[in-house]
Design a protein around this ligand. Sequence first.
Ligand SMILES: [Mg+2]
Length: 409
Amino acid sequence: MQIVKADVVVTSPDRNFVTLRLETDDGLVGLGDGTLNGRELAVVAYLREHVVPLLIGRDASRIEDTWQFLYRSAYWRRGPVTMAAIAAVDVALWDIKARAANMPLYQLLGGASRTGLLAYGHASGQELPELFDSIREHQEQGYRAIRVQTGVPGLKSIYGIASNATYDGGRYDHEPAQRGDLPAEEDWDTRSYLRHVPTVFEAVRHEFGPELPLLHDSHHRLTPIQAARLGKSLEPYDLFWLEDVTPAENQEALRLVRQHTTTPLAIGEIFNTVWDYQLIIREQLIDYVRSAVTHTGGVTHLKKVLDHASQYQIKSGMHGPTDISPVGLAAQMHLGLAIHNFGIQEYMKHGERTNEVFRQSFTFSDGLLHPGERPGLGVDLDLAEAAKYEYQRAYLPFNRLADGTVHDW
Ligand SMILES: [Mg+2]
């Protein structure tokens, strides 16, 4: 089972996606996602210039060995570009192995630990009526858990509120990257945010009752003491989790937050190796690991992170916005179905054009995702459809405070 062909496919149906497509001498095809939102072409170059030449002629069945070879032989370890490139190779090799075994990937990872994956969707609104409508819409679509993001009085543009439209003018929920030559500028005021958010959750609980699991994302904007205050002020509203309260590269910061609040914490969507989690897992400073398969070296490495987390009763909450391609999403559905410590899966629907480029086998019914029973990941890439959509430059937004200071986004 030798790799004879490796192509990096860039396509932009509703947004940019980077897909590695491997072919073996016995005719098997494997797909891996290497999409890094706003920096897609860096991964393309890393793969095309430095990784593809190493893959031709390699034994496709040696997944662990290939992972270790790519990680250690580069000398320069870790980082989002490197780990997304390794993830693309890793997931494509798992796809090939599962197709060769004629099994859905989750069977190779130990088989199903549950019937489906609880998914949460993104509801948002600048004001309460719009937010309530958005929550109801998600409930009608079957979602049993919902992330709530809200506008803040005095701020014009803020993370998490639907603004981008699809090609035909529909609402393409919370795809924050915008096509164009410059990143969009948003504004931020922490004191207004901290005052306003608890009032929104009070209103949402009053309207929707105590049962509905609610999540919220602070998007890395708070200091540890501010995060502690927010967690404490949200305790009466029983959040499923509070996400990215601090820019958590400083892992020790979470100790202070933990001392002050029992609101569960989720962190890690911008982390890419187990080393980023070492202290926060060992000291149980978080409750959910937010890493995506795509940004964390693939199934091979994220499974190790989650196995480590399981020893500390920490569960998965894999990142699943629309910049995780259908290939990356499928990989984490298989992983989530197989591991014991699955928590919840973020799930935002891809656009129609994306679903024509990537033909998928997964199902979403009654609030639960399932990757399906097709051999491999259950995703096929339609190369002719993909070729219709050229890469378009797009950036994630950034933030400035009222005095012009750049703030965490
Ligand atoms: Mg997030």
